[in-house]
Design a protein around this ligand. Structure first.
Ligand SMILES: Cc1cc2nc3c(=O)[nH]c(=O)nc-3n(C[C@H](O)[C@H](O)[C@H](O)COP(=O)(O)OP(=O)(O)OC[C@H]3O[C@@H](n4cnc5c(N)ncnc54)[C@H](O)[C@@H]3O)c2cc1C
Length: 553
């Protein structure tokens, strides 16, 4: 069997290596347009920032290793320019010599990835307007960074935020322009307001609700013109506003593609041609929770899909079950991670949900070094099935989201999270892990044991006028900052002072993170009053307010 693979990085290199392990006799031709196959795209921002000192560290599997260890016919600086499905051959252009030639195949695997979006704005092709996709881009950006005083990042997604951290690390004055009213748009705004604040704290000049409308040449450097009318002198710009599937080869060959340009594949990664497979950022995937077609460019799915396509080539019927968007991003000492659906994704998909917020420590509070996190869990009000989760904090954020990611894959409910048996010693976690705690709180909501309300209902004035807002924290805590109009009765005094709360008026109680508010809700409910707890307490309220403040800038 002869298999030609187009694209030699995450999906393509995984497919090639897996295929070799399954079939010693297969002829495997790995065609890569760039100079290096199998490099670590995800490490490039840290190479630019100097955290990864050596470029060689980014070469995950150098050409020699692929050739000698896996016996692959690796052809770098060669581009597949056409597919002849009838003849089962591809046309390849040798980018060194300029010659073209045909290569036949029994099976073809397309792993061409996705190309950074370059919007058609004036000046987009000026020198100094960069994107970051491959090692040549990383080399250019590293050189530019070492020479620059001021740079502009366009886009506050994963790559934009990572680049901001690394430019700051290099001492480059950095402006980040984001069209939306928040950074990291896959997350809900209140969850990542602190990430935006962290950028600002680090000295990044963050411009939300703004965009670049043109680049101009200004003597030896550049000027970026913003929608707001401002003109920023910069040494260089990085466009990080998303990617689009590189599916032109597939389109020209008449293969089916989806509405957003991703190549349509089945569970074995087979395209509409049974002899052609496609994997990675170039393919349309099914969202694991909504069941809807989508595009989510991530390294994990690309690698897994590469394995599955290789297995399909040898007749093994492994299946790719979809993507749920499990992702993590670091920003200095902060981490944001998520899996499954966000609140806004639920709304967009018309999926009803309940949510809870909590603010646990990443390990036992009494053990030195405990760091706080905010965890938001979304679940179905019908059966408690977990729909998604987001966490922001420091250490331990990734671990909790990974556990919940697997829970989503296993179609588990909040009741299963209550029961999850997770490892514990004080320096690693808590006997009631944040994942268990999220399950306890959500299960309480499902059982109607403690109704919750959300900070946005207060902020937007949705609470009925007769509701008493009750702060059950200590007087000191209350004096340091409280929700306007709240009455303060510390939880320890509540039972004795119930008569201060007219029995016919419903009460919304809150504390710092939700625990004392929950206790107060139980006391109030058992006194015959209507009561609810503010989910996540004053901390979530402040996060919602911070997100609104950022959005209104
Ligand atoms: C800066 C950066 C940081 C990232 N960080 C993360 C992260 O932290 N976590 C995460 O999950 N994901 C991250 N990603 C995304 C991740 O790298 C991609 O999802 C993944 O690499 C996709 O794999 P792929 O094989 O589909 O495409 P790629 O890895 O992009 O490989 C496609 C290759 O195909 C080659 N090619 C295209 N067309 C042809 C052709 N016609 N002929 C020959 N060769 C061709 C291209 O040159 C390219 O090298 C990051 C991406 C970037 C750019």
């Amino acid at each position: 069997m002869k298999v030609v693979i187009v694209g030699g990085v995450a999906g393509g290199a995984s497919a090639a290596a897996r295929l070799r392990r399954l079939d010693e006799t297969a002829q495997i031709v790995l065609v890569e347009r760039g100079a290096e196959p199998s490099f670590a795209n995800c490490g490039m921002p840290y190479y630019i920032g100097g955290e990864i000192a050596s470029r060689d560290k980014l070469l995950v599997a150098p050409v020699e290793m692929l050739r000698e260890r896996h016996r692959l016919d690796v052809r770098t600086r060669q581009e597949v320019i056409a597919i002849d499905r009838e003849a089962k051959s591809v046309r390849i252009r040798d980018l060194n010599e300029g010659r073209e030639y045909e290569e036949s195949y029994d099976k073809l695997i397309l792993a061409p990835g996705a190309a950074p979006i370059r919007p058609p704005i004036p000046g987009i092709d000026l020198p100094g307007v960069y994107t970051l996709r491959n090692l040549s881009d990383a080399d250019r950006l590293r050189t530019a960074t070492l020479e620059a005083k001021r740079a502009l990042i366009v886009g506050g997604g994963f790559i934009g935020v990572e680049m901001a951290e690394n430019l700051v690390r290099r001492g480059v004055e950095t402006v980040l322009v984001e069209r939306n009213s928040q950074v990291l748009t896959p997350w809900d705004a209140e969850m990542v307001a602190s990430m935006a604040e962290r950028l600002t704290e680090a000295g990044v000049d963050l411009r939300l609700n703004n965009e670049v409308v043109a680049f101009h040449k200004a003597n030896d450097s550049l000027e970026a013109e913003l929608k707001s009318g401002e003109r920023l002198p910069i040494d260089f710009a990085v466009l990080a506003i998303g990617v689009k599937p590189e599916s032109c080869l597939a389109v020209e060959a008449g293969l089916e593609v989806g509405a957003r340009g991703g190549i349509v594949v089945d569970e074995q990664m087979r395209t509409s041609d049974p002899n052609i497979f496609a994997v990675g950022d170039a393919v349309q995937v099914t969202h694991y929770v909504t069941g809807q077609p989508t595009q989510i460019p991530l390294a994990g799915p690309a690698n897994r899909q590469g394995r599955i396509a290789a297995e399909a080539c040898v007749g093994r019927l492994s299946e790719f079950n979809g993507v749920q968007g499990t992702a993590v991003v670091g920003l200095f000492d902060k981490t944001a991670a998520m899996t499954g659906l966000s609140e806004k994704a639920c709304r967009a998909a018309g999926i009803t949900f309940d949510k809870v917020y909590l603010h646990p420590a990443h390990h036992a509070g009494y053990y030195p070094g405990a760091e706080g996190m905010t965890l938001k869990l979304l679940f179905s009000p019908d059966d408690g099935k977990v729909l998604g989760a987001q966490a922001v904090g420091g250490s331990g954020v990734d671990k909790r989201i990974d556990v919940i990611a697997v829970a989503i894959q296993a179609a588990l409910t909040v009741f299963d999270l209550e029961e999850a048996e997770l490892c514990y010693a004080p320096q690693y976690g808590s006997a009631k892990d944040p994942v268990n705690m999220a399950g306890f709180i959500a299960a309480g909501v499902m059982h109607d044991e403690h109704p919750v309300i959300y900070a946005e209902e207060i902020v937007e004035g949705f609470l009925p006028e007769d509701v008493i807002l009750l702060d059950v924290r200590t007087r000191d805590e209350h004096d340091r900052g409280a929700i306007p109009g709240a009455l303060n009765i510390p939880i320890e005094e509540l039972r004795e002072r119930l008569n201060e709360l007219p029995a016919e008026q419903p009460v919304v109680s809150y504390c710092q993170v939700g625990v004392r508010g929950y206790l107060a809700t139980r006391v109030l409910l058992q006194s015959g009053r209507g009561a609810a707890n503010l989910s996540g307490g004053y901390t979530t309220y402040r996060q919602v307010m911070a997100a609104r403040k950022l959005a209104s800038q």
